[in-house]
Design a protein around this ligand. Sequence first.
Ligand code: GLN
Length: 192
Amino acid sequence: MKIGVLALQGAFIEHINMLNKLNAETVEIRQKSDFTKDLDGIVLPGGESTAMKKLLLDLDLYEPIKQALEAGMPAFGTCAGLILMAKEFEDSTWKHFELLDIKIKRHGFGRQVGSFRVEEDFADIGKIPMVFIRGPYITEVRQGVDVLAKIGDKIVAVRQNNLLGVAFHPELTDNTGVHSYFLNMVKNCCEN
Ligand code: GLN
């Protein structure tokens, strides 16, 4: 299984380490030629969504990635990566990939003071550590979106078909549960 990890900005090395630990092959996507047809899935890491969007456009990566995700390529977005996939935002008209039918409150947990770690249930995996760094949360989900995790009444993980998005950073913990969940999605999607 070969997973592309968007490596323009932000916390991508930690994703690579975690995927390698789970025996997935990884490719750093730094330019258009790295985004090859043989990739089975893609990780959109945390970082700064506005900076990432600008780099995606400047490097001519925005359209090819958007088209691949629309065509069903499995994608896993963490924090800024989740923001990149979302369709709607509270208090803003940002337009990114516009794929995931959710509404997001960017910096929902606050800025620096809003960085924290908790343990909460994730889908059928059970309790996992969740690290938030100026994280968003999801305020609304539309039909077809499954909620995978919540902190109180705040939604922090969702899945819609081939798209998995979490507001926290599983790659900054030693728990591989969410990455395994994603690799299973990839396996069920594409290996037959
Ligand atoms: N606040 C950041 C953004 O809007 C996301 C923070 C993160 O990825 N840790 O892109």
